[in-house]
Design a protein around this ligand. Sequence first.
Ligand code: SAM
Length: 374
Amino acid sequence: MDLQTTETVKGGGEEEERGRKRRPEEEEDKEETSSSRKQVDHSVKVASHYNRLQEVGLAARSQSRIFFMRNFNNWLKSVLIGEILEQVRGAGSRQVSVLDLGCGKGGDLLKWRRGGINHLVCADIAGVSVEQCQSRYEEMKRKSHINEKIFSAQFITADCSKEVLSEKLDDPKLMFDICSCQFVYHYSFESEQKANVMLRNACERLKPGGYFIGTTPDAFELVKRLEASDALAFGNEVFKVSFQSKGSYPMFGCQYHFSLEDVVDVPEFLVYFPLLEHMAKRYNMRLVLKQRFSEFAEEKVKKEHHRSLMMKMMALEPFPCEDGGRPATDTKGEYSHAKEHCGSTGVKLPLGTLSRSEWEATSIYLVFVFQKMS
Ligand code: SAM
């Protein structure tokens, strides 16, 4: 589920440029064929989906129907990362090392730069994304001020739900202060084995006191909405979630399809959180925080510096719409909550909001923080 990254799907045609021998669709076909013999392994589908996504420029991004929602999710990650870095520094860590598990195209590189970390390991199953992440990092370094020390970095293409990352580290003794897994962990809940390997990668190299942080869909919320629907799907003008059945939900491999705006369907799996919490105990991890996006945002926005970052990142849509501007959607009812709020509080000043559809999409998610006990 790609709610945050600034990417959109374009058709084929780029493969030749990248010198790839086989088109992603062919990889999928190959996978489907073998599925008649064994269970489908969705990793190939997920990797080719993300490999096909293209970066788009700021101008195109600002035209997106979900521009503000993406910014909102990005703001939320910035707050989470910033607060965890504060904790790590408060505990006396001087050389901060981070593992970005499922880094994508490097959407969080600037957050790590702002946080002044020393070393970053970026890993992702999608090779094209890892290449773009690395180029972005190198450009960032090239353009940085002479006096700014940018963190060192390693880039790894690997299926982190199958391969053990510690065997691939340039520094075999490296230990992390933070593992950040943003909008990724749910892909591994395809099977117990995959969820375990992903968790091992997230936790085994954490220093005592280190953090495993992330964002993932809340299985309870997804099931609640599915059960409330007359069909096997629910959604609105920006997203759609569809299941194959309802009433019974296996602990692992409970698949659904998610589609969002111009992002094609991608298979995802329910993460039953109490189970993740239980599994994490194997790595001596204690759950410190689990909050729905709505609760997390409501709490953080009370702090002035988070609020000003929110403005800077344009994480909310101005309401009423600014002079000369157009709302993200003209659909009736998409801003009725904001109108009601103005009416009930008598507020005349411009507010910030998200359209109803965007809010329904982002409010599926939760934030989690685990800490490694010493
Ligand atoms: N974390 C990035 C962010 O927040 O911008 C990217 C999030 S994107 C929604 C999900 C990412 O998870 C994709 O880049 C995808 O390739 C990656 N991913 C999915 N399954 C994976 C796996 N088994 N191993 C490593 N990466 C995986």
